[in-house]
Design a protein around this ligand. Structure first.
Ligand SMILES: [Zn+2]
Length: 221
């Protein structure tokens, strides 16, 4: 099997906050990475700080943001075209079949997705579950490894220590550059860490602490 990584998350910015360092590590090794982005995050509440988006313009803005972030991370982008905040109501099997078809075409060695029921947002849980199901439905000889990412506050208590612990502080500037492509979202998140909107040295330290390690559980089939 040729080496190729497929990242499957529902929203523009999940890839940058969750896995940009890991993605950059693979790209540095020459491994192609493809992002299957479930939705445009068009129902998001963040509209930029100060506000520059509205409900009508948000989909196009977030689409451009994810295109820019994928350029920074040097990965291919495929938009799956599902509707934001409704993935949990999609037929799990239909989504899994769709993902399976794409995975069989790309033939990846590794899939990165959210850990179902431990990923906070219903869209994260639903797409993670569909991605894991898609790989289960594949020919066992052709199945990629799956790394599932849990992001609840209690996931280590609930699931034990993750087996993949990636220190990405070396690549942190790249990760932050990708995060900051998501202008409509990043300032809201950064503001939740600090009163200051600016990406200062102090914030950089905080960001490194919060986002400098990317952890995953290898899924057992
Ligand atoms: Zn998300």
């Amino acid at each position: 099997m040729k080496k190729h990584v497929v990242v499957i998350y529902p929203h523009p910015d999940d890839e940058s906050f969750g896995a940009a360092g890991t993605i950059s590590q693979f790209r540095a090794q020459g491994v192609p990475v493809t992002y299957l982005c479930g939705t445009l995050g068009e129902m998001g509440r963040n509209m930029g700080t100060p506000t520059f988006a509205n409900r009508e313009t948000l989909p196009e803005i977030r689409k451009q943001e994810i295109i820019d972030a994928c350029k920074v991370l040097d990965m291919e982008l495929r938009l799956l075209g599902y509707r934001d905040k409704t993935l949990e109501y999609e037929d799990r099997n239909e989504v899994a079949q769709n993902l399976k078809r794409i995975l069989e075409e790309i033939d990846p060695s590794l899939v990165i997705t959210h850990y179902p029921d431990h990923a906070v947002h219903p869209d994260h849980n639903a797409l993670g579950a569909a991605a894991i199901e898609a790989v289960r439905l594949m020919d066992p000889n052709k199945r990629p490894t799956v790394w599932a990412q849990a992001i609840t506050n209690t996931y280590i208590d609930d699931l034990g220590q993750p087996d993949v612990v990636n220190d990405v502080t070396d690549l942190f500037d790249k990760k932050m550059e990708a995060i900051l492509c998501h202008k409509s979202q990043a300032s809201g998140v950064i503001r939740s860490w600090s009163q200051n909107d600016e990406y200062t040295e102090d914030l950089k330290k905080q960001a490194k602490q919060r986002l400098g390690i990317e952890q995953f559980y290898t899924w057992k089939y």
